[in-house]
Design a protein around this ligand. Sequence first.
Ligand code: ZN
Length: 103
Amino acid sequence: MNDDAVRRASELLLKGATMLQDACPDCNNPIYKLNDGAMRCAYCDKGVIRESSLNKAELKELHQDEDPIYQKIMSLKKQLQAEEDPDKIIKLAETIKKLQEIL
Ligand SMILES: [Zn+2]
């Protein structure tokens, strides 16, 4: 990003805009969502319109929710959070890692 884009981005953030995970189709920099719901690319300094209401990351997440391996990872992660035994923690972490590899 150049200095102007950084300045524009910080101005947007100061106005209460949030940085989205979506990238600008023109320059691939993050898009900012303004308070009024409009989306803007700080780098191109222009408004951006989403092609669909769901972005690719969101679609992937939805899809992952239906995946049994993904669900297993989520439940193992919950177990890991509650687990106190170091041996079991390592076992859980290894299992999660392996599952993520095949995901
Ligand atoms: Zn852009």
